[in-house]
Write a protein that binds this ligand. Structure first.
Ligand code: HEC
Ligand code: HEC
Length: 286
């Protein structure tokens, strides 16, 4: 009797292992296919000028658009996630130093990477949040590229991104969003410039950088890496304007609790008064 039970248990376990291997093979092949898929992007001729006003704007934007949160204050890049079984996420070195942007990286390559999340050869970048940057105005994009192209060289060589079995399974199950190029409408025409002011429209423009975490509708997410609802139905809409601004400038809520990572309050701390007020107006309008 006992022998029979053991035999059946062993058979069941073997079956589970085989099924798991079969599923993993399918997930692996599918994710590799998505990594190798190429996207045809219409080339855009952005004339980059490096006058002092453009460079000053670019310097501000690399903070307010969150670039420095991942690529570092000096743009030298960093490994911002590494876990056994899951893999490694590396924001690349964007400077001309050792380990930086490769020789011959054109303005068109910059545009494709930032706006489309796509590399020179057409394959997708991993985890680069281009969905938030796809509608950056030409003026802002130009300033960001101009600033990056003249940023002081940083010599820092990184290991490349690596997707472990955990990341492959989660990506296959749709629990992890690694390839923003898949979701972007590459045919949309971004605005040439945006009009700054305390308006819903400008607030919506500012809030684009919140969407990869709080969702495009700003209603947040539930589950493992939950983010709160920051629209008119969220708790933060009950705060006074002053409390809201102070929270995003200091990283501390009105009740004294800290905004935990990955909420990038160093990014929102750099927002101008107009950006803050416009953002608030927009969030309350949703
Ligand atoms: C959430 C983190 C994150 C943010 C925010 C972010 N990036 Fe990235 N970026 C990445 C990662 C990760 C990669 C590398 C992807 C890969 O290796 O496939 C990358 C790659 C790039 C590349 C390609 C570099 C190369 O050598 O091919 C450029 C250019 C770039 N980012 C610019 C920017 C700019 C400009 C901003 C701000 C407007 C920005 N990134 C914001 C994570 C980020
Ligand atoms: C990289 C992901 C990420 C981005 C980008 C991001 N947030 Fe957050 N945000 C979070 C997380 C996570 C929390 C919850 C932090 C905690 O639990 O303390 C949060 C919390 C908040 C809160 C507190 C809400 C509450 O109910 O307590 C506000 C307000 C907020 N974010 C506003 C913004 C705005 C505005 C932007 C864009 C300008 C933004 N966030 C961009 C991840 C993000």
């Amino acid at each position: 009797m006992l022998k029979k039970i053991l035999k059946w248990t062993a058979r069941t376990l073997l079956l589970i292992v085989l099924l798991a291997l079969g599923y993993y093979t399918k997930a692996y092949i599918s994710v590799q296919g998505r990594l190798k898929k190429t996207y045809a992007i219409k080339p855009l001729n952005l004339n980059i000028t490096s006058d002092s006003a453009t460079i000053a704007l670019g310097k501000r934007l690399i903070t307010t658009k969150g670039c420095t949160d991942c690529h570092g204050k000096d743009l030298g890049g960093q490994t911002f996630f590494e876990q056994k079984g899951m893999g490694r996420l590396v924001a690349r070195n964007l400077t001309r130093g050792k380990g930086g942007i490769r020789e011959g990286f054109t303005t068109e390559d910059w545009v494709k990477a930032i706006r489309n999340g796509v590399q020179h050869d057409g394959t997708p970048l991993i985890f680069m949040p281009s969905g938030d940057y796809n509608q950056l105005s030409d003026t802002d994009l130009r300033a960001i590229i101009a600033y990056c192209q003249q940023a002081p060289p940083v010599n820092r060589v990184h290991e490349p991104c690596d997707l472990g079995p955990g990341a492959i399974v989660l990506t296959d199950l749709g629990q992890l969003d690694l390839f923003q190029a898949e979701k972007i409408d590459h045919n949309l025409t971004p605005p040439l410039a945006v009009k700054e002011g305390v308006t819903v429209d400008f607030g919506k423009y500012v809030a684009q950088v919140c969407s990869h975490c709080h969702q495009p509708n700003m209603k947040g997410t539930t589950g493992d890496h939950a983010t709160p609802d920051i629209s008119s139905t969220g708790i933060s809409s009950k705060w006074t304007d002053e409390q809201f601004f102070r929270t995003l400038r200091t990283g501390k809520r009105p009740d004294g609790t800290a905004l935990k990572a990955p909420m990038p309050w160093q990014m929102t701390a750099a927002f101008s008064d107009t950006e803050m007020r416009a953002l608030r107006t927009y969030l309350k309008s949703i």
